[in-house]
Design a protein around this ligand. Structure first.
Ligand code: ASP
Length: 319
């Protein structure tokens, strides 16, 4: 019964078909989702966030237009977002309950299903670069903690002192959260390149006030990050425990593969059907091989941006 409304929507829109022209390339980004109240943002905050999203999007657009591969582009864009303290990834990562920074990241190449991820990182400037290293150069998919850091440092990845991740804003957030509810945020990018390849990358500081050692959905392939040329590329943001339980990113791909749903139908069914009936407040960005872009959320806001070769583009925050 609880899936009835999303299923009806799916059936109606499935009958309408998808008449869009395929795009030469397409990209979508996110900078985290959650229940955001416009009243809590000053006009200046909004300008800062939108400028940051536009900057990351421009980097991706130029690279895709210049013929770079989807996997290179998602890494490049997520690195830019990681370096921006506005977002909960890289420099702006939130703190664990005991005052550490533990970062997770993952990347996946839809052309060959190769994937790389790192978790529990406290000393790598750009965890997405380490995830790429794991994908390209190791026989593994996921490395964690000290082992991941050692592997990264031995292979020329830029290491930082843990103090690099200290930002006053996140520290104060932890202090406030220790008294009340938590807050989340993450960055991600999905892309379709000119050769028709898809890729996804996601990076996060995890959930504010999380327990030391907790790993979320982001580095779990199929939960927070997934890409497959036959279906779509997905990057998620939200309460990671639910995204792991529902294998959100892979579920969207599987609905497309086995039930032949469109990317919009699949994302809506998972994010606003399955997840929203339980919890997992957040959203996903996704792109398919025709360049259809989806920015689906079950929260009141998601920092997001999209661009397509045909010129359709934008950045947005609230629903
Ligand atoms: N999904 C992330 C995690 O649970 C947090 C977020 O996206 O806000 O670690």
């Amino acid at each position: 019964m609880k899936y009835l409304i999303p299923l009806l929507f799916v059936l109606i829109t499935a009958c309408q078909g998808n008449q869009n022209q395929p795009e030469d390339w397409a990209i979508a980004i996110h900078g985290g989702a959650g229940n955001m109240d416009r009243a809590n943002f000053s006009d200046e905050d909004i300008l800062h966030y939108k400028a940051a999203l536009s900057e990351a999007l421009d980097i991706g657009k130029k690279a895709l237009n210049g013929g770079q591969s989807a996997v290179d582009v998602v890494e490049l864009v997520v690195k830019n977002l990681e370096d921006n303290p506005l977002f909960n990834a890289g420099k702006g990562a939130v703190f664990t309950n005991d005052g550490r920074n533990e970062l997770d990241a993952a990347i996946m190449d839809g052309s060959n299903l190769n994937a790389g991820a790192v978790a529990g990182i406290g000393d790598i400037r750009n965890p997405i670069g380490a995830a790429r290293l794991v994908m390209d150069q190791s026989p593994h998919v996921l490395l964690i903690g000290k082992g991941a850091s050692l592997y990264a440092s031995q292979n020329g990845i830029e290491m930082v002192d843990s103090s690099y991740f200290f930002t006053e804003k996140r520290w104060q957030l932890l202090q406030r959260t220790l008294q009340k509810a938590g807050k989340n945020g993450t960055v991600g990018c999905v892309a379709l390149d000119k050769k028709g390849n898809l890729a996804a990358a996601t990076s996060t500081g995890g959930m504010n006030n999380k327990r030391y050692g907790r790993v979320g959905d982001v580095p779990i392939i199929g939960a927070g990050t997934y890409a497959n040329n036959h279906t779509c590329a997905v990057s998620a943001t939200g309460h990671g425990e639910y995204y792991i339980r529902y294998t959100v990113a892979h579920d969207i791909s599987a609905l497309m593969e086995y039930k032949e749903l469109s990317i919009q139908e699949a994302a809506r069914l998972v994010v606003n059907g399955k997840l929203s009936n339980d919890a997992g407040n957040g959203g996903v960005i996704a792109v398919d091989k025709q360049g259809n872009v989806v920015l689906e959320m079950n929260s009141t806001g998601m920092f997001r941006g999209w661009a397509k070769a045909s010129g359709d583009e934008g950045v947005a925050i609230f629903k």
